[in-house]
Design a protein around this ligand. Structure first.
Ligand code: HEM
Length: 443
């Protein structure tokens, strides 16, 4: 792509040399949110690079669905993800995607979900049974623990996966922070600086890669079918130029995809339930549907209100808050032609707060998702799991896990949240909640 300024209005506030990097480093959420005031397509300067921010939900839908053939994975978020996760379903280019997706799809078929739900339920019960009355703990650690246990008993079930997922979960805050900074400042120069953000990222990635190597070796050497997704995917990876690396990258991607996002959504939802005092309403629903028993897979669709609470939580706090693509050829939109090779970026966090789509966008209002209230547009413009061919393969898995985990937690424990110190989440690759200390009392 040429260095000529892209033919769109530049967002205000760029400073010489750095452009908009300071805003994206210090307070990215308010920054991405106000961009819509400057037009549906806005030019950003990121040091010596430039990108287009797409602020209209309608145009983002075109990028992901209607004009998806004109945009491929690429841009700062996707590049940083590829450096961390390697070549896998989430990072691969469009020409490789159908093959990789076809390989994974059977593992996410609805017929597999009841078994996965059992594993999730087992994980949720194990975590909440380890809690003690009067104890203070950090919800974000517990949510990571729960999500790591759930995925390592379902999608990636080789014996070494449980400890590998736990290693990853422990390192995720540092990895996610490092990924964000490497997305802002790609290239070797920043990555090689001896900064705490780089040192922590490298240290946690080294531990994580080592743990993934053990899991990979089990898939390659044991010859066992663990009844999970990877047992089907691993044999196909034996034809790759580097089979070990190919399996390693798919393992890491599934664990990464399933742990950090779901854990963040679980904590955000528990925070919102507390702030809006919804525990009694939710417990009434749980009692009506379940009585005193534990939830099952079949109960999840009956938990209407809980589902709306989760959907609304994902609207306000979409864990994948920033997405990117690269234009593969000139895109002749009425708003202006996007040259081939241009990085485009969009933020589900900002799009979900567009007042033209969601009335009172900052208000947490689960009933906006009631069948009689929700519009087709609002459904289409809820981008928490993406859209189109690259839509999250784990969306149903995640929604089930969130519903089951919340049902178990809310019916067993009263959660007393401590007054929040830092309410603003720190910039990370995933929109992670601030530290959430709580004290527990049994019901
Ligand atoms: C609340 C939880 C989750 C959220 C918010 C989430 C979000 C997303 C989003 C936005 C995308 C699309 C990325 C893009 O368009 O560039 C995506 C893709 C993906 N997600 Fe999730 N995800 C979640 C849970 C999961 C789970 C449980 C898994 C299971 C392993 C998973 C695995 C993946 C994979 C493999 C892709 C790539 C799909 C493809 O390109 O075909 N995610 N996710």
């Amino acid at each position: 792509m040429s260095d000529a300024p892209l033919p769109f209005r530049t967002a205000p506030g760029a400073v010489p040399l750095f452009g908009h990097l300071f805003q994206l480093a210090r307070a990215p959420l308010p920054f991405v949110r106000q961009l819509r005031r400057h037009g549906p397509v806005v030019r950003l300067r990121l040091a010596h690079r430039q990108a287009l921010a797409i602020t209209s939900p309608r145009l983002v839908r075109r990028i992901l669905v209607d004009d998806a053939r004109l945009f491929d994975k690429g841009g700062s978020v996707a590049d940083s993800m590829e450096k961390t996760l390697g070549n896998s379903l989430v990072t691969c280019p469009a020409d490789e995607h159908p093959r990789q997706r076809e390989l994974m799809n059977p593992g996410f078929h609805p017929s597999r979900m009841p078994r996965y739900s059992e594993a999730m339920l087992g994980a949720a019960v194990e975590v909440v049974e380890s809690w003690a009355p009067g104890r203070t703990l950090h919800l974000e650690h517990e949510a990571h623990r729960l999500a790591a246990l759930a995925v390592s008993r379902s999608l990636v079930a080789a014996p070494a996966a449980a400890s590998a997922a736990a290693v990853l979960a422990e390192g995720l805050p540092d990895i996610s922070r490092g990924m964000y900074w490497r997305g802002l400042l790609p290239g070797k120069a920043f990555a090689s600086l001896p900064l705490p953000v780089n040192r922590r990222y490298e240290r946690q990635m080294a531990r994580t890669r080592q743990a993934m190597d053990l899991v990979t070796a089990q898939y390659r050497n044991s010859g066992e079918d663990y009844g999970d997704v990877l047992s089907k995917v691993a044999p196909a990876c034996e034809h790759a130029p580097d089979p070990h690396q190919a399996i390693h990258d798919q393992v890491l991607t599934l664990l990464f995809g399933a742990v950090e996002t779901t854990a963040a959504a679980l904590v955000w939802t528990l925070r919102l339930i507390d702030q809006h005092q919804l525990t009694t309403l939710l417990r009434d629903e749980l009692r009506n549907v379940l009585g005193d028993r534990l939830p099952t897979h079949e109960d999840v669709p009956q938990l209407d209100y809980l589902q709306r609470v989760i959907t609304e939580s994902l609207r306000l706090h979409p864990p994948a808050w920033l997405g990117t693509r690269v234009a593969t050829e000139p895109v002749p939109w009425p708003e202006g032609t996007i040259p081939a090779g241009t990085d485009v970026t969009f933020s589900p966090y900002a799009l979900h707060r567009d007042p033209e789509v969601f009335e009172d966008p900052d208000v947490f209002h689960p009933d906006r998702w009631k069948r009689e209230n929700v519009t087709p547009e609002q459904r289409q413009f809820h981008f928490a799991f993406g859209a189109g061919k690259r839509k999250c393969i784990g969306d149903t898995f995640a929604m089930n896990e969130l519903a089951l985990a919340l049902a178990v937690i809310l019916s067993r424990w009263k959660i007393q949240h401590h007054p929040s110190r830092g309410v603003q989440p720190t910039p990370r690759f995933i929109l992670a909640p601030p530290p959430t200390p709580v004290t527990l009392q049994p019901r």
